[in-house]
Design a protein around this ligand. Structure first.
Ligand code: HC1
Ligand code: SF4
Length: 563
């Protein structure tokens, strides 16, 4: 055990990677703009500076802890230094905080308040640049960028895309796509991970709240809403509810008060996906064609594969994602009942994901010329709607989902975490709800947070080789190894976001390690408590196959991604 002295207190440390981590461990929340434990250390914002006993000032994120170090975190010199940084950042920042999407959750705003910056003595002479509204998923406002580089490193190091980078020099420096292109013209896959780390309003979610309010106010529109697995363990964050707690019942109650006509569960759609994807896996294993089978429920991954590895397009499952399967089902039902109910049916999805906004407009997600899902609202947008309606989620009494599509298995719930889709498909194929069999699947290696996990499962007389991948940089590694013939799999699950949808780009921020862990545990808890563990044991799923889906499985539940 080593020790350092922080503000005259002795603090023990072991293998913390930098002085900042030791300081934070000791209970001092030193501010930073550019430090994220999962990214490389940039050391540019200088907010985490500390002073040692010899008067040396240095960035604590970039310094290795040493035994016997003596440091101070809040001397007058440091206070002055930090205030000056904030003042200079504000000086070149458009300060329309009241109307900014990040109002209340902006780190720049928070730190100016925390550090007592009450005035800005310098003029903002910076030329205002246009916003980039071309993406269906995110909005980029360069006027609010503080050049911390968090988005640049996330896009490059975690997603392996490198869409954003620094350009120009000195006071003209900007973060922008190469050649100053619009986002829509780049390889951006819409995952929103840049938005999840952006400390200010420079990258925000494309909003669809207005359109949904208008639909809700229209008596001739039946507004059906579905709730994604990962939303229920995240939306409580913004209402002071314990992190990771399942607030599905409260959310249902709030949505009903807001005026949604029918409220269902995307987990039901996930159960349908399990049924179709497990069938597809068995078919491909039998025919030996287009193996490995790639999952298709993460739209950012699908786009990534199409753009970067088009030779693997045929490997992507033809299954529509759970939100799309569910949307197609609701719209089909509405078409069949059109004579009885003359209202227009609109399907809204509440998703943790910004990429889902572009999934719904893809041509293959139309059925009979109609869009399966009309609007995607991220968890963050729904939080705003609930607040706008004056509802406190912490105070509402939980209510039940509507029937019949309010029943889902635990397998559907764990879709929201990396490895969940694979585990759910394996449950279906092993087809046993004995505790020891369920546990055996969970111990195959599909659970856990590593970027690439491998598992082998015996299905009948065949050993099925599986890779579970999260983060697109890890996906590149796996695909490159496949291309080089170094690895061989039968089934590959990819989720673009690290740890899966619980950390999706539309979730409430900040999404630090503690938050991710709590959300992950929250979803496994839902599964643990679920009476139905297997998708094929969901009675409504089986009723749907005998009814509305009969003879229409392909039309409603599948796409063709073939080239
Ligand atoms: Fe997901 Fe999915 S799990 S993709 O992460 O397959 O967004 O939560 O809704 O569609 O079910 C997201 C989550 C979500 C789909 C499901
Ligand atoms: Fe969206 Fe989930 Fe994919 Fe992230 S992992 S891009 S949240 S679908």
């Amino acid at each position: 055990m080593n020790y350092m002295t922080i503000n005259n207190r002795r603090v023990a440390f072991t293998n913390e990677k930098n002085v900042l981590s030791v300081i934070r461990k000791s209970g001092i929340d030193l501010p930073t703009f550019c430090y994220h434990s999962e990214l490389s250390t940039y050391g540019a914002c200088r907010m985490c500076v500390v002073e040692d006993d010899r008067g040396r000032v240095f960035a604590s994120c970039s310094e290795t802890p040493r035994d016997g170090m003596v440091i101070y975190t809040n001397t007058p010199r440091l206070q002055h230094h930090r205030k000056m940084i904030i003042e200079l950042l504000l000086a070149s920042h458009c300060r329309d905080c009241t109307t900014c999407a990040k109002n209340g959750v902006c780190t720049l705003q928070k730190l100016s308040r925390q550090l007592g910056v009450m005035e800005v003595r310098f003029e903002n002479n910076k030329k205002q640049l246009p916003k980039d509204m071309t993406s269906e998923c995110i909005v980029r406002d360069p006027n609010k960028c503080i050049l911390c580089g968090d988005c640049v490193r996330t896009c490059d190091e975690i997603q392996g895309l490198g869409v954003l980078d620094f350009a120009f020099r000195g006071s003209k420096m900007q973060v922008t796509p190469a050649f100053n292109k619009d986002l829509a013209q780049t390889d951006c896959v819409g995952c929103g991970q840049c938005r999840a780390v952006c400390p200010t309003g420079a990258i925000t979610i494309k909003q669809n709240v207005g359109a949904v309010w208008r639909a809700l106010a229209d008596n001739n529109t039946r507004v059906v809403v579905q709730i994604a697995p990962a939303v229920r363990v995240a939306i409580g964050d913004k209402f002071g509810i314990k992190k990771g707690e399942n607030v599905l019942g409260r959310l249902v109650a709030a949505l009903r008060r807001i005026g949604f006509d029918e409220i269902y569960d995307t987990n039901f759609g996930a159960d349908l996906t399990v049924m179709e994807e497990s069938k597809e896996l068995v078919e491909r294993l039998e025919s030996g064609e287009n193996l490995p089978l790639f999952t298709s429920c993460c739209p950012a991954w699908v786009k990534f594969c199409e753009k970067k590895y088009p030779e693997f397009r045929k490997n992507i499952s033809t299954c529509r994602s759970p939100q799309e399967m569910f949307g197609a089902l609701i719209k089909e039902e509405a078409r069949m009942n059109a004579k009885k109910d003359t209202r227009k049916t609109m399907v809204i999805s509440i998703m943790p994901c910004t990429a889902k906004k572009s999934e719904i407009t893809r041509p293959e997600h139309f059925t009979d010329g109609e869009q399966n899902v009309d609007y995607v609202l991220t968890t963050t947008e729904v939080t705003r709607m609930i607040q706008e309606a004056g509802i406190d989620l912490a105070q509402v009494k939980p209510e039940a989902l509507d029937m019949p599509f309010g029943i889902a298995s635990g397998a559907g719930a764990i879709f929201g975490v990396t490895g969940g889709v694979t585990e759910a498909v394996l449950r279906r194929l092993v087809n046993s709800n004995k505790v020891e069999d369920l546990e055996a699947i969970s111990f195959t290696g599909v659970r856990g947070v590593d970027g690439i996990k491998e598992a082998k499962v015996q299905l009948g007389d065949r050993e099925v080789r599986i890779a579970v991948v999260n983060g697109l940089q890890s996906a590149s590694e796996v695909l490159d190894q496949m291309k080089a013939g170094e690895v061989n799999y039968d089934f590959v699950e990819v989720m673009a976001c690290k740890r899966g949808c619980i950390a999706g780009g539309g979730q409430p921020v900040p999404i630090g390690p503690r938050t991710k862990k709590a959300r992950l545990e929250g979803l496994y808890k839902i599964d643990n408590l679920a009476q139905i563990k297997l998708s094929n044991q969901n009675p409504i799923v089986m009723t749907a196959y005998d009814g509305i889906l009969k003879g229409k499985e392909h039309k409603l539940l599948h796409n063709e991604y073939s080239a």
